[in-house]
Ligand binder design. Structure first.
Ligand SMILES: [Zn+2]
Length: 75
């Protein structure tokens, strides 16, 4: 296996003066820094956390809409 022929990560990297990162890419075309899989499910990405954020977004939208209709009523 030729190391130099492996697919490379094309993400733009600050650490490389804006040039592509060139780390060895995973199946998704990015290296483990740029969009590789999350090795440990924690914090922001657990199923529960995702569900909570969806619910929060829904609540915020509802509140915004309510607030807008109230403003319409006041006018
Ligand atoms: Zn990369």
């Amino acid at each position: 296996m030729d190391f130099k022929k492996l697919p490379r990560c094309g993400a733009r990297a600050k650490s490389n003066f804006g040039l592509p990162c060139r780390h060895v890419a995973l199946k998704n075309g990015r290296c483990h820094y740029h969009g590789g899989k999350v090795p440990v499910k924690n914090g922001r990405y657990t199923k529960l956390a995702r569900m909570e954020r969806t619910e929060q977004r829904r609540l915020i939208t509802t509140m915004r809409n309510t607030s807008l209709s109230l403003e319409e009523l006041v006018k």
